[in-house]
Design a protein around this ligand. Sequence first.
Ligand code: IPM
Ligand code: MG
Length: 378
Amino acid sequence: MNKVCKIAALAGDGIGPEVMREAIKTLRAVEKKFSLRIELTEAPVGWAGIDAAGKALPDATLALCRQSDAILFGSVGLPSRDPSIPKEERPERAALLRLRKEFSLFANLRPVRLPLALAGSCPLRPERQGRGIDILVVRELTGGLYFGQPKKTEEVIDLPEKNGPGRHYSRAIDTMVYTTIEIERIAHIAFQAARLRRKILASVDKANVLENGILWRETVTRIGKQYPDVALEHIFVDNAAMQMVLNPSRFDVLLAENMFGDILSDEAAALAGSLGMLPSASLGTTTGERTFGLFEPAGGSAPDIAGKDLANPIAQIGSVALLLRYSLGLNEAADAIDQAITRVIDSGLRTGDIYQKDAPGTGKVGTRAMGDAIAKAI
Ligand code: IPM
Ligand code: MG
């Protein structure tokens, strides 16, 4: 491909800048190896955006995203600073959720894989790991409890009964709402993904309690008729959380609404060694041969370890691979990154989150050394 690919790199807060630095290093290495033409522009977001331009998503940053083919996102949020601004202006809502909504990034893909070499970092006993863990979480990303209206906290005053005292209290409301249109489009993504894998789809809901769950189950069942080659099962979210730790190797593709997918993808990531290993792709619409997307580690800004060369950069580097694959269709370059990550893990390098004292042939390294090794392995 000889067209220039425009990437907006938004490092954000906490460990964001240091893992982004390593991701860009890797991107430059594949750019060189495959003679790609990549135009990468960095811009502030999150608290970095607030400090630079007074807003978690500065206008110039949003404008840059609009002109780009894809966004490489770090992480945002510093809970210790939250009390200083209204909740609507905090980075999670005002930058990350805003970008997801703004670009209709409804399909969030989170590939969770436990590499053989990291079996010891999985919290499950080896016999529970079965044939290994290889799950693709497909999370709906622009609906459900995160975005439903009304969403507010209000003050309530009960009038006094007879002569008794009145009562003042607060009431917080979040709304869970899904339309068939939203469920259908994410279901198609999940079935299509399953077709490229082991052809097993577990659709997660709470149809025994929630109206949303009933509609979810009906709609996914109906869409499933178009994919008779994919084995579809429906599973309640509580059972899914349990099955994940009892028998994770039964899962192939896991389809879930926004909130359930948020929770289950963290659980799955922990099984695969560490949240620091989990990249994610948030995809919107396709124009021509490119799909606009935002690519980010599934973990957060981890302020407690920020700036200490402790963070695992693999989730951010893996997000570059997803960007090349899903947004730009550069599969070879994406494969090169995935293989480089595997080689470096196999060679024994470990950041603290995946390090095990008694594992032979391994050594603990920092963020920078891990990034250098992966870039070199390209
Ligand atoms: C994730 C994160 C975000 C989410 C937070 C940072 C708002 O946990 O991407 O999973 O809840 O979606
Ligand atoms: Mg999460």
